[in-house]
Design a binder for this molecule. Structure first.
Ligand code: NAD
Ligand code: MG
Length: 385
């Protein structure tokens, strides 16, 4: 395999840091070419000094001078701001983008990479939730390979290798259930951010950790799966599997089910996406069938975790509804993380925003940006952020 030049969008996040670990483990195969961060300038500087990329971008322009000064004398170009992020995504100097920005902010740079025909390891699921139809259409047009990094979608992608001519009957997305599995509303009403951030199986960024606690993460993943694998809503099933050893499954038309298994460690799907179609030898810990030694499956409690019902409805409705769902959820999570609203209020906020924003059946990209803005403003107005 020729050495791949990697652009990590969101290098200071959970996905970004683990992508750098994979690069460090295979320096002959991968080199960090571009690193970007939103506001964590000190970590970005540290990463830049260690990996000496060609380019770094700091989203927050007020931090530019600091980053520039710290990297003086190094062969590293420093840029700042949202526009720079998008421009850099279109450069020729890299081969593979790790899309590791969180939320709607990842959409523009990822779209630019798609339009530049890059290979993209897609962790940023919100990109497909918001504008999956446009992103997938453009990926086809510009021959950009989108390789899922989200562990469930990576699992499905891995199960589909060699099955190109065999239709999918359905996919089964596994969900850990998060830290509040089995809890009821009378418990959830009092839950605080620090407790909600404690995921039993995965260490992740704050937003996805809250999404996992509310099961919105699985709802977003249903929509992500629809676009990645071209599925109808009825072909997507969610099963609670609290051990997070089976990362997801595909059922084919003969009734056979393929599963992908392993310990919950994002470095595996990250490395798989970066090296695809190769599997690279590594020293990551293995699942040994002793701990845990039982695998369980359950139906999700959608009456308690209503975010999953709202997302399922958005998946069915299509149009700009998933975009509204995502925007309202980003505001809700933001407010919850700052102790402005309670755990159950998040669902109410999303529901009210879904009722308010006008439905568009076939949105353009501009419609998606407008919908996102309107939904954010409305959701924020409900809590006076
Ligand atoms: P994180 O919060 O740890 O990191 C987010 C990164 O995005 C940071 O580098 C930050 O600087 C950057 N960023 C944030 N806001 C930005 C903005 N407005 N403009 C530019 N950059 C911005 O998040 P994470 O857990 O690494 O998740 C990243 C994405 O990957 C999310 O979409 C998440 O759903 C998805 N994902 C994460 C995991 C995981 O294990 N962490 C697993 C599956 C999918
Ligand atoms: Mg996932």
């Amino acid at each position: 395999m020729k050495q791949k030049r990697i652009a990590i969008f969101g290098s200071t996040g959970s996905i970004g840091k683990q992508t750098l670990e994979v690069i460090s483990a295979h320096p002959e195969l991968f080199v960090a070419e571009i690193l970007t961060a939103h506001s964590n300038d000190s970590l970005l500087i540290e990463q830049a000094l260690q990996f000496v990329p060609n380019i770094v971008v700091i989203g927050d322009v007020t931090k530019y001078a600091n980053v520039k000064k710290a990297l003086e004398g190094k062969p590293i170009k420093v840029f700042a701001g949202e526009e720079a992020l998008e421009q850099v995504a279109g450069l020729d100097c890299y081969d593979f983008m790790m899309a590791g920005i969180v939320g709607f902010a990842g959409l523009k740079p990822t779209l630019t990479a798609v339009e530049s025909g890059k290979a993209i390891g897609l962790a940023n699921k919100e990109t497909l939730v918001v504008a999956g139809d446009i992103v997938m259409r453009k990926a086809k047009e510009f021959k950009a390979a989108i390789i899922p990094v989200d562990s469930e979608h990576s699992a499905i992608f891995q199960c589909l290798v060699g099955e190109e001519n065999n239709p999918i009957e359905k996919i089964i997305l596994t969900a850990s259930g998060g830290p509040f599995l089995g809890k009821k509303p009378n418990f959830l009403v009092n839950v605080k951010r620090d407790h909600a951030l404690q995921h039993p199986n995965w260490a992740m960024g704050a937003k996805i950790s809250i999404d996992s606690a509310t099961l919105m993460n699985k709802g977003l993943e249903m929509i992500e799966a629809k676009w990645l694998f071209n599925l109808a809503p009825h072909q997507i099933k969610v099963v609670i599997h609290s051990q997070s050893i089976i990362h997801s499954m595909v059922q084919f038309e003969d009734g056979s089910i393929k599963a992908q298994m392993g310990l919950p460690d994002m470095k595996l799907p990250i490395q798989y996406a970066m090296a695809f179609p190769q599997r690279l030898k590594n020293q990551f810990p293995r699942y040994l069938f002793d701990k845990p030694n039982q695998l369980n499956f359950d139906e999700p409690d959608v009456k308690t975790f209503r975010n999953l019902s709202l997302a399922t409805e958005a998946l069915r409705r299509g149009g700009n509804t998933p975009c509204v769902l995502n925007a309202a959820n980003e505001i809700a999570v933001y407010a919850f993380l700052r102790n402005r609203i309670g755990f159950l209020d998040m669902t109410e906020l999303i529901e009210k925003t879904l009722e308010k924003i006008e439905y568009i059946a076939n949105p353009t990209l501009e419609d998606y940006f407008e919908t996102d803005g309107e939904a954010r403003n409305f959701a924020a107005s409900l809590i006076q952020l």
